[in-house]
Design a protein. Structure first.
Length: 111
């Protein structure tokens, strides 16, 4: 069970890793490393995501576009720009060496 503000490290070494963060609490720090393997990370469609990392003879595919939901669009019109109460974004560091890391929104299908 992950808690708000915790860090998570996932390693795909000569294999695969499927990480579903759709029910994870906000404000996590996630590090995913794929070495001769692949990692798939699924996040909520409306969650803000900040990504970093690098690839060496591998690739990263990161879907950064946040998809608004009906609840978010009605909330944004009803509230002012008060960023103090907004949760911190999900911070994902993705590293790939001879492998790949994919970060997708929950409503998008994995290839």
């Amino acid at each position: 069970m992950l808690h708000r503000g915790e860090s998570f490290f996932g390693l795909a070494l000569f294999g695969g890793l499927d990480l579903d963060l759709t029910s994870a609490p906000p404000e996590l720090a996630v590090t995913v490393v794929a070495i001769f393997g692949g990692a798939k990370v699924r996040v909520r469609p409306d969650e803000e995501v900040v990504c970093g990392g690098f690839s060496v003879f591998g690739g990263r595919n990161i879907d950064l576009r946040r998809r608004p939901t009906a609840a978010n669009s009605s909330e944004s019109s009803a509230t002012t720009n008060d960023d103090e109460d907004a949760p911190l974004p999900l911070d994902i560091l993705a590293y790939a060496a001879f492998g790949g890391v994919t970060v997708k929104r929950a409503s998008a299908e994995f290839d």
